[in-house]
Write a protein that binds this ligand. Structure first.
Ligand code: FES
Length: 123
């Protein structure tokens, strides 16, 4: 069996929503101390709805695919909905990640939460 699903490969090779949002309403940056990978998430928020999202990830293939998928999942969602996105849901949407790569998807969950908290603090 291939190490990564086709979806993981697709999101890794052609990540969606890569980049930065200059005038973001919320920015979250998280890192994994063990592997040193870093993920930064930028949110545009209007009326408690995520209208735009971009990310930068300095990390492994799973981290990039997870951030890409996570941005697709939360775009257009209400903040309270996006807040409940779990790394498991991200991994499932990618048709699974190898067990030892599950922690990479945690970065996506944490970065989104950190960006929403940043927005709520600024309000
Ligand atoms: Fe670091 Fe995947 S190995 S996030």
């Amino acid at each position: 069996m291939a190490l990564y699903s086709e979806k993981v490969m697709d999101h890794f090779m052609n990540p969606r929503n890569v980049g930065i949002i200059e005038d973001a309403d919320g920015v979250g940056e998280v890192g994994n101390a063990k592997c040193g990978d870093i993920m930064k998430m930028y949110l545009k928020i209007d009326n408690d709805v995520i209208t735009d999202v971009k990310f930068e990830t300095f990390g492994c293939a799973s981290a990039i695919a997870s951030s890409s998928m996570a941005t697709e999942l939360i775009k257009g969602q209400k903040l309270e909905e996006a807040m409940t996105l779990t790394n498991k849901a991200v991994a499932e949407a990618l048709d699974g990640l190898p067990d030892y790569k599950m922690h990479c998807s945690v970065l996506a969950e944490e970065a989104i939460r950190a960006a929403i908290e940043d927005y709520q603090k600024k309000k």
